[in-house]
Design a protein around this ligand. Structure first.
Ligand code: TYM
Length: 328
């Protein structure tokens, strides 16, 4: 069975962008692949985190995975920091990564822009991400569009390792949806919808109460036209909403357009809100049940145990290829 790896940072509320770009595909892939879905806390601390908030968010993201339909008996769901081989391989691969490659990463440029002091961890973030993926000889990495560049770097690092030390790593392939790989902000369709945006009206959080979701969608920016038509270049706001509609309802973009032919934005947005609520309300109900049951810690422990065995074996092989003396 081929292997899937992906991760989400516990660094803020998850949005419907994370759901459409990533989690929804995790659920889809879990029947056909050996999957690892990880809460990447070591990545989250590359920017300052409040310790209590980090702990809470870690449990929240893990719970959202399960509430969204990831089956922990099929997939390994665990905290990145519970499998120390991530950090160890991260260091090994950092030594194979050039400053120039890291300087070219647009996420680093965006996150460091205008800051007086930028942590070195933020700079080497992509080699830790490469380690996450390569540690399991991953075949497929489901992510949103914004992670494409990081994934290309992981592929380059894998190729470099294989060339220098012998063919060991599988070169991972991205799995990026065609529609919905980049859900945009509700208030500004030139910006990616993001959990770190201080304007809460710009995103739909997975745990937003239904009335908040309805309000946010009704206030979402549109254009002065009146056609519900998918045309990202000329109608970016409406196209973004159609993308969300299509991804959440399972209808194709053409079917959504057809359904609202000749109608104004008002009824379209109203229906969109109901479509989103119809998926998020049961997810939130499940979320509350899992949190109350306290079972998430067990799920995380078992996931880390299973993944840790593979990670330990693979890291030993990698260290051997690189010339490390084994512990006697
Ligand atoms: P993170 O935590 O920023 O985002 C998690 C996932 O959600 C996707 N995503 C989006 N997709 C569509 N539209 C959006 N507006 C949107 N916002 C976020 C992201 O593309 C991502 O798939 N570096 C990763 C975490 C990571 C990782 C890994 C991923 C660490 N190690 C190994 C894959 C494999 C990140 O920052 O994701």
């Amino acid at each position: 069975m081929k292997t899937v790896f992906s991760g989400i940072q516990p660094s803020g509320k998850l949005t419907i962008g994370n759901y459409i770009g990533a989690i929804k595909n995790f659920v889809k892939l879990q029947d056909d692949y050996k999957c690892n879905f990880v809460i990447v806390d070591l990545h989250a601390i590359t920017v300052p985190q409040d310790p209590e908030a980090l702990r809470e968010q870690s449990e929240a993201v893990a719970t959202l995975y399960i509430a969204a339909g990831i089956d922990p008996s099929k997939s390994n769901v665990y905290m990145q920091s519970h499998v120390p081989q991530h950090a160890e391989l991260g260091w090994l691969l950092t030594t194979l990564t050039s400053m120039g490659e890291l300087e070219r990463m647009t996420q680093f440029k965006d996150k460091s822009a205008g800051k007086d002091s930028v942590g070195a961890g933020l700079f080497v973030y992509p080699s830790l991400m490469a380690a996450d993926i390569l540690l399991f000889n991953t075949d497929l990495v489901p992510v949103g569009e914004d992670q494409k560049q990081h994934l290309e770097l992981a592929r380059d690092i894998a190729g470099r390792f294989n060339h220098r030390f012998g063919n060991y790593f599988t070169i991972p392939e991205p799995y990026i949806p065609e529609v919905g790989a980049r859900i945009m902000s509700l208030d500004d369709a030139s910006k990616k919808m993001s959990k770190s945006n201080p304007n809460e009206g710009s995103y739909i959080a997975l745990l937003d109460p239904p009335d908040v979701i309805r309000k946010k969608i009704s206030r979402a920016t549109t254009d002065s036209g009146r056609e519900v038509k998918y045309d990202p270049a000329n109608k970016p706001e409406v196209s973004n909403l159609i993308g969300i509609y299509s991804q959440i309802s399972g209808l194709s973009v053409a079917e959504v357009e057809q359904r609202y032919e000749g109608q104004m934005y008002g009824p379209f947005k109203k229906d969109l809100a109901e479509v989103v609520v119809s998926v998020l309300e049961p997810l939130q109900q499940k979320y509350r049940e899992i949190r109350e049951s306290g079972e998430i810690r067990n799920i995380l422990r078992e996931g880390a145990e299973r993944a840790g065995e593979i990670a330990a074996k693979n890291l030993k092989e990698i260290q051997h290829l690189m010339g490390f003396l084994p512990r006697g």
